[in-house]
Design a protein around this ligand. Structure first.
Ligand code: FES
Length: 471
């Protein structure tokens, strides 16, 4: 009883500090942050916890900029305010900016190979953007510079992605590509697309995209992001493999430019030197930011005169690189990991072994429908209760149907974007029952531990209840 009371008070300190930081001048933010950490320490001491947050079994405090001041309110009221905020955003997007909800899409099925149509939505809700420049970063990767082709500005947060909607040979396909540019005023916005063997959209874009073309995109979306603030002084450790550099590049450059006291270490794995996307841009950033940026290239097939790190980014190689670079976790470092699934798993396992709490690890997994397992859920119709904005809706999910498909067919307005397990927009909390998801998908370990599931690749195994939370 005592413990839970103190935890709630600590959470409200965070929220109160966040509110104060929002409404008071920026110059006071460091004082507010210090007061918050001091309050947290006093609470931890009086509750018998260790006096320092540097021990691995304690959760590092969330950065103040990422604490939601709505946490000050009782949970039920906060959820209602969030729902109202979402409704206002939706109305603004629909009525003022002319954006519509996400589109009807067709996606290739997984093991069954069926084409699945998402029902009940207007056919086209993607917005048009214009290609203003095309830069071939490597033989297999192209940066596509974009500008808005409608009245609404192309805004995003560092690390987010756009879902690109293209029609190839009469089939409508959608894929997510990260915005790799720094998130700063007047910096040209671009996505970067790496060619994937057999990937229809990535090859199509690499081979055919030209300046002056128009693309249809949704988003930006994604939670693999940071909120840069000039007062932050943090140490980010980034682990990227191949095209996993794209969201990391956006975060890295934005943080370095906005947060004068922050440092970044990047371990970046590639097959060969010619495969390194943003090779020159990273070198220029190293020159510009000196000790604040450390870039460690690891090559599987290095050139003969290569004297730096070699090998695949396995757990052993990563551990060796962290040691060689003298990166020792101080209990506050934040980790950003994006790359091929084996690298993600190796990094995840290593960070767990090092005692890094999942709350300090951000992961981005991009997956292709073609690569996904064919988990089909229950072999009989299951009842799923969807709890949304204070109302419960019961739906019947047929064998093979995803929860998203069944919910949309029942007329429930559900959040989603890519509809292929790659963006997290359809994330909901599982309150009861069992939900089976196609793997791999973009959910992080921390999200899974917190009970989140993706409705677009999730099928019930039993009667279940899910809660639609957040936007
Ligand atoms: S809609 Fe993108 S993961 Fe489900």
């Amino acid at each position: 009883m005592e413990g839970s009371h103190r935890r709630r008070r600590a959470g409200r300190f965070d929220a109160a500090a966040s509110l104060a930081a929002h409404v008071l001048p920026n110059t006071l933010t460091p004082w507010i942050e210090q007061a918050r950490l001091d309050a947290q320490m006093i609470i931890d001491r009086t509750s018998g916890k260790s006096p320092t947050p540097l021990l691995n079994d304690m959760k590092a405090p969330a950065p103040l900029s990422e604490v939601d001041p709505l946490n000050l309110l009782p949970r039920g009221i906060a959820e209602k305010v969030r729902a109202a905020q979402r409704d206002v955003r939706l109305l603004r997007d629909r009525l003022i900016l002319g954006k519509n909800p996400p589109p009807l899409i067709e996606r290739p099925g997984s093991a069954a190979g069926a084409v699945v149509s998402l029902p009940g939505k207007t056919p086209s809700m993607a917005r048009p953007v214009k290609v203003v420049n095309v830069v071939h970063e490597t033989n297999d990767a192209v940066s596509i510079y974009l500008t808005e082709a409608d009245a609404s500005p192309l805004e995003f947060r560092p690390g987010q992605f756009l879902s690109v909607d293209v029609t190839i040979d009469g089939e409508r396909l959608r894929r997510a590509y990260s915005l790799a540019s720094a998130c700063l005023p007047d910096v040209p916005v671009h996505i970067t697309v790496k060619r994937i063997e057999g990937g229809r959209v990535s090859n199509h874009l690499n081979d055919t995209i030209q300046e002056g073309d128009e693309l249809a995109v949704l988003g930006p979306s994604g939670n693999f992001t940071v909120e840069p603030r000039a007062v932050n002084e943090r140490h980010l450790v980034m682990i990227a493999g191949g095209s996993g550099i794209t969201p990391i590049m956006s975060i890295l450059e934005t943080v370095l430019r906005v947060e004068g006291g922050s440092r970044v270490a990047l371990i970046y794995g590639n097959r060969g030197w010619d495969d390194v996307i943003f090779r020159d841009r990273l070198a220029a950033l190293c020159d510009e930011f000196g000790e604040r940026l450390l870039v460690d290239h690891v090559l599987e097939h290095p050139p003969e005169d290569w004297s730096s790190s070699k090998g695949l980014l396995s757990g052993d190689v990563l551990a060796a690189r962290l040691e060689a670079l003298s990166i020792q976790d101080d209990g506050l470092m934040r980790y950003f990991v994006c790359g091929p699934t084996p690298m993600m798993e190796a990094a995840d396992e290593l960070l767990q072994q090092l005692g890094v709490d999942a709350s300090r690890i951000a992961e981005e997994r991009f997956t292709r429908p073609e690569d996904r397992s064919g988990e089909m859920g229950s072999d009989k119709t299951e009842l799923v209760v969807i709890s949304k904005a204070g109302h419960d809706h019961g739906i019947q999910v047929e064998p093979g149907q995803t929860i998203l498909e069944a919910a949309l067919a029942a007329g429930i307005d559900m959040p989603f974007s890519c509809a292929m397990g790659g963006c997290g927009a359809c994330r909901v909390r599982r309150a009861e029952g069992e939900v089976q998801m196609e793997e791999p998908n973009c959910l992080s370990r921390a999200e899974r531990e917190q009970g989140y599931v993706l409705t677009c690749v999730g099928r019930p195994l039993t009667q279940s209840k899910i809660e639609v939370v957040g936007a």
